[in-house]
Write a protein that binds this ligand. Structure first.
Ligand code: DGJ
Length: 742
């Protein structure tokens, strides 16, 4: 992956066989942006792409040059106050009170591979040959501010990973108020913006709108990446669709407050900025100190939204997620939450687990409620003492009992929280976030530990280590059930309170880091009231995430479709739950619930002991089916075919890496009468191979890949005439494709 520096024109060209990024040292020394997108032939200069011209009202840089103004130079890391009039990438205040920073080029280095980001999650390489990294150093020597911009270009992905490091040489302290991870100035605004938007139980719905002059974007100020917005946006050409057209995806590898914005100026230049939200952020830097921003990942696709998503999926599944479970198929689990909530005994749990085992489930997850004083969500958090009434043999005894029936043991916890009646709070009031003398604000009757305080992280690590030691736990669900408020740390001096929210997240990462190193074979699943922390930062530690508290099959179509814009299928927790559904009261067929959950890390979350024999048998068959297909679903290529947001049937598919098999899911929410004929055009198949297609009713037909992709799979059903099949609303159809041996 070449990184070229053309000395004469002072131009940097990063490229692989899919993506190019061009930057140039501008006449004033600032770092300019010339191009970012599909790969271009290299040449010694691209100076013609640098455009500046005199315009009224410009703030010029040189007395004798009326064209050169930072307002119109497309820049890589702009500041405010020296000519540029847009939202800056960097904003900092010197001890003299000045924010007038002028960052000028100092030099560069090309590093083999990709250096890690200290204390922060980031994409990585397994050997240096997979990537090269360019570091460009900028500085405002008068202000003592140094900025190093890092760009990694990967060999195998149409992606560039970026972050910035801001250093200070003194005197006194620099107050860093804004340090974006990525800034990209694009020369036009002929884009539509895609964001993932929602709320609790309806996370990551796809919203698309044309760019317009002004600032548009998404953000979180909830202390977590949030249900409401995701640290992602895409700019796509108006003609871009799932299979065709150009898209640029921007994703932030971070789990806290963020801002992702597209700022379109009246000359139709679009500035994208992505990074930690500047609100409530202020990081003082003393002489010699450096601040490292989270990583941002930019993906380019000329193969539509699927092309963009597939690059994110492969990169995040193989070079962001790590550890023992990264490449292993995930166990099929039963979680007791919707089966029992807090009301369980060991006997009840073992009955459930025994029943699940008989049907083929591999892992039993004991959710919330196993610790003392936890019969509702009003108490018990922080002390992590086992409730001996519920689990007389403790976790070890319960785990052993599970193992005896052939079931693995998974455990829920919520380490970052504390209840007000806990011993922990009584003994360490200074470990709870909030202003002294003022009661912090409750959320789900619980309060936040100051995760930025290393003593808190140390306590939690020791407590959890001793809880887990000797217990045969193979899975942990790490939950987080409230937004952050009262972000005041009693272990932090007044001048550093602007660091609290970011240090909270660094503390979460530090605890994850220690626990995953101490228990490397435990599969971690992150969770935050469902999907409030479904973000790339979490994937670095936990290769799966509980996608949403909404387990209704119809709602899950939108949630999983939207989540797949960025996140791999192997990361999406998806469970079959009871009907009437606990969130919506909707009644959907068991087969449909399974057909949706199959496109995720599959499991169940209902009281299996209450089901009639016929449903148990159906579940036994679903589990056999899931085991047969999970390798393809979790590690194959996922294609979105028809969107639930378009009003018709939803369709998606997963194709084995070698194209030899594929599983297609087609879903209809409301049945229609006497509808048109239907076909679903498939994708990702080998055009010249003959596929044996087994339909939902077991009927077999054979078709070449090109026909299935060009003409489509004929899915017309009873709704095209009289409905004799008995299929009603909320129906799903699964098609299994196996390539015939050549
Ligand atoms: C929220 C999670 O999303 C649920 O799955 C469950 O674990 C509850 N918390 C438990 O309190």
């Amino acid at each position: 992956m070449p990184i070229r520096f053309h000395e004469q024109s002072r131009t940097f060209h990063l490229f692989n066989d899919q993506i190019s990024c061009l930057m140039k040292v501008l006449p004033g020394g600032q770092l300019g942006q010339l191009y970012c997108g599909k790969v271009l032939h290299d040449r010694p200069d691209f100076d013609h792409l640098f455009e500046c011209r005199p315009r009224p009202m410009l703030v010029c840089y040189f007395e004798e040059d009326e064209a050169y103004s930072l307002e119109h130079c497309k820049q890589e890391y702009p500041t405010y106050g020296v000519g540029d009039m847009h939202l800056p990438a960097l904003d900092a205040r010197t001890p003299a009170g000045s924010r007038l920073l002028d960052l000028r080029y100092q030099g560069y280095a090309i590093l083999p591979g990709k250096p890690p980001l200290q204390g922060l999650p980031a994409t990585y390489v397994e050997e240096d040959g997979e990537a090269d990294t360019l570091r460009i150093d900028l500085a405002d020597p008068d202000a003592g501010v140094q900025v190093s911009l890092y760009y990694t270009v990967f060999r195998d992905f149409a992606a560039i990973a970026r972050h910035a490091e801001i250093g200070y040489a003194g005197p006194g302290t620099l107050e860093l108020d804004c340090a974006m991870s990525l800034c990209l100035d694009l020369p036009d605004a002929d884009y539509e913006m895609i964001e993932l938007t929602g709320a609790w139980a309806r996370e990551r719905h796809v919203v698309r709108r044309p760019l317009a002059e002004g600032v548009q974007g998404v953000y979180s100020l909830r202390g977590c990446s949030s249900h409401h917005f995701n640290p992602f946006l895409a700019l796509v050409r108006p003609e871009c669709r799932e299979q065709t057209g150009e898209a640029l995806g921007f994703s932030l590898v971070y789990s806290g407050n963020f801002a992702a914005r597209a700022d379109v100026d009246p000359y139709h230049v679009t500035r994208v900025t992505l990074g930690i939200h500047p609100q409530h952020f202020c990081w003082p830097l003393a002489a010699g100190e450096t601040f490292v921003t989270p990583e941002a990942v930019l993906v380019y696709s000329d193969a539509g939204l699927n092309g963009m998503s597939q690059t994110f999926h492969r990169l995040y599944r193989t070079r962001l997620a790590r550890g023992y479970w990264r490449d292993r198929v995930r166990p099929i689990l039963l979680n007791n939450w919707e089966a029992t909530y807090f009301a369980f005994t060991q006997e009840k749990l073992l009955n459930l687990a025994g029943q699940a085992r008989q049907l083929g489930v591999e892992l039993f997850v004991l959710d919330d409620g196993w610790f003392a004083n936890r019969n509702s969500d009003r108490g018990g958090l922080g002390d992590w003492e086992i409730d001996r009434e519920k689990l007389p043999g403790g976790l070890a005894g319960f785990g052993q009992a599970l193992n005896e029936i052939g079931m693995q043991f998974g455990l829920w916890m919520e380490p970052e929280m504390v209840s007000d009646d806990s011993r922990l709070w009584a003994e360490h009031p200074d470990w709870v976030l909030g202003l002294p003398g003022r009661r912090p604000h409750p959320g789900r009757h619980q309060y936040l530990l100051d995760m930025g305080n290393p003593a808190v992280v140390e306590y939690l690590y020791r407590r959890l280590e001793s809880l887990l030691d000797g217990v045969p736990v193979t899975y942990i669900k790490w939950d987080m059930n409230r937004s952050i408020s009262d972000a005041w740390s009693r272990s932090t001096e007044a001048a550093r309170q602007g660091t609290v929210l970011h240090r909270y997240i660094l503390g979460v990462y530090a605890l994850y880091d220690r626990l995953t190193k101490r228990f490397p074979q435990i599969l971690f699943e992150s969770c935050a009231s469902g999907g409030a922390r479904f973000d790339p930062g979490m994937l670095f530690y936990a290769p799966q995430c509980w996608t949403s508290d909404d387990t209704d099959a119809v709602e899950r179509l939108s949630i999983q479709y939207g989540t797949s814009m960025v996140y791999p299928i192997s990361s999406m927790g998806a469970h079959v739950s009871a009907v009437p559904n606990h969130q919506l009261n909707r009644v959907t067929p068991l087969a449909t619930r399974a057909a949706v959950a199959l496109f995720g890390t599959f499991g169940y979350e209902l009281d299996l002991t209450k089901l009639p024999e016929a449903e148990k048998q159906a579940i036994r068959e679903q589990i056999t089916f899931a085991k047969a297909w999970r390798q393809v679903v979790q590690f194959g290529t996922f294609w979105r075919l028809q969107s639930p947001f378009d009003g018709g049937d939803t369709a998606w598919m997963a194709v084995a890496p070698d194209g030899s098999s594929a599983l297609v899911g087609v879903y209809r929410v409301l049945q229609q009468v006497n509808a048109g004929f239907r076909r679903v055009r498939l994708a990702g198949l080998d055009p010249v191979r003959l596929y044996r297609v087994t339909g939902p009713d077991g009927a077999v037909s054979r078709h070449y890949g090109d026909e299935l992709m060009q003409v489509g799979l004929v899915t017309s059903d009873g709704s095209c005439g009289e409905n004799k099949t008995g299929e009603g609303d909320f129906t799903a159809w699964l098609y299994q494709l196996e390539a015939e041996k050549a």
